[in-house]
Design a protein. Structure first.
Length: 596
């Protein structure tokens, strides 16, 4: 048997961000891996995630209960062949009480060491501490009640519990003669290739505030250093450290020393998001003295605003010994920021969501990547409102320039955006409202790249909206003040679609309201409406016009379309201008049945 085949790793905290990537990395090397999770459902999610990330071999799972006399079923006897333990378990959350934080972090550290001491084949226990809390003195354990109270008061529950855990872990491991390695990681960000993450606290909150326009200022100066580390590098380092003989009873500060200063990092993130970066810069010392309602930051996070540097040399040497390259930090940050925004900073975690470059326009899309069925949403909603339809059709829904999460300014971008959006395979375009206009323009300019047109509620074939929609400042201000129930009433006549419109309301408040208003005004142009009708008449491929019975075509448009040999008119009973909200299932079935 090879060394990898005799390697059996038990991973506590396997369902978390680091734990899952570590399990994947270990299993890919050929090691036997047991994932310790809190529930069977959690274990199933881990196994599903591993399959989705390309793992073809199986892993083992076990249920862990840190409050039970035996933390895993069967106790140490059931894990006699385990050669290494990785402790990724604990609570990473600000605002915890001292008691809660100690139970979650200090208590787990103690119990994992005690369990490890009973394993006959164990060669290493790897423990995650932190770059701001590592290096504690184990000889100071146990802490006095006075010292503990002072530390928790100064640092807050989370950081204080990690400081205490670091000292307790070392002291207990030395006492029980358990060979250990401590990893003191920087802020762990997403995967270096995909940006994937599931952590939306700490610095992520600041980036979100820049994105949604609520950040008033950035930390001043170039000295504040908040280092980062990609999760895949972290997993690779832990897997290597567990078998490195020079890592026994040592702690390693693992981070990317090339991380740009915090002010530069946040500015880069803001520009990547095409958000307005605050011009105001406030010294860190002043920020730490400001009240929470001003900083919009949890007080426990402010301790991380520091100019300190850390002893990373030993970690760099270990990585070099094992051939672990550090990813390009700026590229990794860009991918992480993209992932955060595409998933709306944790508000939209389901489905395949991403940013792509289409003719130089940063474009958001969801659904099946590179699908030839492309949904172009209308106003004032976004691609998220079409997510269920896209899933049913195995299609992708794309935010138009200037709308939803996409960059650009609007219709003026279509000339360069549309050819970048269309793939080599002829596309089946499904355009809704203003998206119907984009679909027709694409078919007119690139007929060989468009297989068919399905136009849902095409505004240029319906009665014009009221003249009030051309009052851009008024419309923009109105849209910014809408909440989801009110928008739902405006679009569908009831509040039943409010939940589905939350993200659209967020986009409007975040800055798309003015661009929506501009495109609404343009939609009222008689000249543009005539140009679109003429372009539709020139298209020779299949054309389907889908309207709700409560949102019909004009009689003239209906008569004209009925005379076209390639056009089919379809009405959805009881639907209005937004059937993707009110008649989702009927619309999906209709579009699937009508597929070329």
């Amino acid at each position: 048997m090879t060394a990898q085949e005799t390697r059996h790793a038990l991973v506590f905290g396997a369902s978390g961000l680091i734990g899952r990537h570590l399990v994947l990395t270990l299993a890919q090397t050929g090691a036997t891996v047991t994932a310790a999770v809190r529930t069977a459902e959690s274990g199933a999610r881990v196994e599903r995630w591993l399959r989705e990330h390309g793992l073809t071999r199986s892993i083992r799972t076990t249920i862990v209960d840190f409050d039970a006399p035996e933390i895993v079923e069967g106790g140490a006897a059931a894990f006699a062949d385990v050669t290494e333990i990785h402790c990724c378990a604990g609570a990473f959350r600000f605002g915890m009480s001292a008691e809660e934080a100690r139970r979650a972090n200090v208590g787990i550290a103690e119990k994992v060491v005690d369990f490890a001491a009973e394993l006959p084949a164990l060669q290493r226990l790897v423990y995650i501490s932190g770059y701001r809390v590592g290096g504690q003195d184990p000889t100071a354990v146990p802490w006095s009640a006075e010292h503990r109270a002072a530390v928790y008061k100064e640092l807050g529950g989370y950081e204080a519990s990690k400081v205490e855990s670091d000292a307790v872990f070392q002291a207990r491991a030395l006492e029980r003669r358990v060979p250990w390695t401590i990893i003191n990681p920087a802020t762990v960000i997403g995967d270096s290739t995909t940006g994937e993450t599931e952590q939306y606290i700490g610095m992520t909150k600041t980036i979100e505030q820049i994105w949604d326009g609520t950040a008033a200022a950035l930390p001043a100066g170039d000295s504040t250093f908040l280092p980062v580390l990609t999760v895949d590098y972290m997993a690779a380092f832990m897997a290597a450290a567990a078998v490195d003989p020079e890592a026994v009873d040592r702690a390693f500060w693992v981070m990317d020393d090339a991380t740009p200063p915090l002010q530069e990092l946040l500015t880069r993130a803001g520009r990547r998001l095409e958000a307005k970066v605050p011009r105001l810069r406030i010294p860190v010392g002043v920020i730490k003295r400001l009240p929470e309602w001003v900083t919009k930051a949890d007080p426990e996070t402010l301790g991380f605003l520091s100019s300190d540097r850390y002893p990373t040399g030993p970690a760099v040497e270990l990585a070099a010994r094992h051939g672990i390259p550090m990813p390009d930090v700026r590229l990794s940050i860009d991918r992480w920021v993209d992932y955060l925004a595409a998933h709306r900073f944790g508000a939209a975690t389901a489905g395949d969501r991403r940013f792509v470059d289409a003719g130089g326009v940063r474009t958001f899309e969801l659904g099946a990547p590179e699908s030839a069925r492309v949904i172009l949403p209308g106003l004032p909603v976004n691609a998220d409102t079409w997510a269920e339809v896209a899933s049913a059709l195995v299609a992708r829904a794309v935010d138009l320039p200037g709308l939803g999460l996409s960059g650009g300014i609007g219709v003026d971008d279509w000339g360069r955006w549309l050819p970048g959006l269309l793939g080599d395979e002829p596309a089946e375009l499904i355009g809704h409202s203003i998206g119907a206009a984009a679909a027709v323009v694409a078919a007119d300019r690139f007929p060989e790249r468009v297989a068919s047109l399905t136009l849902v509620a095409p505004f240029f074939l319906q009665a014009p909206a009221s003249a009030a929609t051309r009052l851009r400042p008024f419309v923009s201000a109105y849209l910014r003040r809408l909440d989801a129930p009110r928008l739902s009433r405006q679009l569908t006549g009831s509040e039943e679609s409010a939940a589905a419109l939350e993200s659209s309301v967020s986009d409007l408040k975040r800055g798309t309201a003015s661009r929506v208003a501009a495109q609404l005004a343009r939609a009222g142009s008689p000249r543009w409406r005539a140009e679109l009708r003429a372009a539709l008449g020139r298209f020779r491929g299949p054309v389907r016009i889908v309207t709700g019975s409560d949102d019909p075509l004009t009689p003239e448009a209906a008569e004209w379309l009925a005379s076209l040999p390639n056009a089919e008119l379809i009405s959805i009973p009881g639907a209005g201008h937004h059937p993707q909200l009110t008649h989702r299932r009927a619309l999906s079935e209709l579009l699937e049945a009508a597929r070329v």
